[in-house]
Design a protein around this ligand. Structure first.
Ligand code: PRP
Ligand code: URA
Length: 205
């Protein structure tokens, strides 16, 4: 299930992220902004529970988020740039970390770190800005599922058709939220038109 963000502000931010003259400080701000829009969109189906309160004028039964907090899991390192908006808008969030790094020649992701909170019964938002071959996302989802995370949503900023197909082939029902669905991968498995290496542009490396 692919959802592509459709908002003028998203289009504006994505264009500036793609621009090769955008410097890391601005890139980080734009990353925050697009991740905030994605955070709102990707959590549209979060359950709520009733809560009885009193306004200054009368009693009311409103709705609030349930007690079990959301879990946000960035794929290191570029996914770190997407975490702050989730922390800013949700009252309770747990953060887990999965470290994966693509080999420069094969583009196959190697796992180097994993620290996850309890996942059973909680909505897990896996955040990674680039969905290229889909290898990193599938590896991360495999780990999350193996540790009890049954309700997983993938949130990316730029996706390739190949990456989406790879995730769908392994997890047909898993929701994928992205800000842009690009044309294709190049021979080095970078997304075209894309925005280059997200981690390098985020951290100035
Ligand atoms: C990038 C990106 C994704 C991955 C996507 O990370 O942030 O995690 O590539 O590619 P895939 O869909 O083909 O697996 P990279 O491995 O470059 O590591 P970094 O975040 O540390 O820069
Ligand atoms: N990782 C990136 O940062 N960019 C791509 O285009 C592909 C993988």
């Amino acid at each position: 299930m692919l959802h592509v963000l459709d908002h003028p502000l998203a289009a504006h931010v994505i264009t500036h992220l793609r621009d090769k003259t955008t410097k890391p400080a601005t890139f980080r701000t734009l990353c925050y902004q697009i991740s905030l829009l994605l955070a709102v969109e990707a959590t549209r189906t979060l359950p709520t529970v009733e809560k009885a309160i009193e306004t200054p004028l009368e009693a009311l039964t409103g709705r609030v988020l349930p007690a079990e907090p959301l879990v946000v899991v960035p794929i290191l390192r570029a996914g770190l740039g997407m975490v702050q908006p989730f922390l800013d808008i949700f009252p309770d969030v747990s953060v887990g970390y999965i470290g994966l790094e693509r080999d420069h020649t094969t583009a196959i992701a190697r796992s180097y770190y994993c620290k996850l909170p309890p996942l059973a019964g909680r909505r897990v938002l896996l955040v990674d800005p680039m969905l290229a071959t889909g290898g990193s996302a599938v590896k991360a989802i495999d780990v999350i599922r193996a540790q009890g995370g049954a309700d997983v949503t993938l949130v990316s900023i730029v996706s390739s058709p190949e990456g989406v197909a790879e995730v769908v082939a392994h997890y047909p029902k898993l929701p994928i939220f992205t800000a842009a669905l690009d044309r294709e991968l190049n021979a080095r498995k970078y997304i075209l038109p894309g925005l280059g290496d997200f981690g390098d542009r985020l951290y100035g490396t």
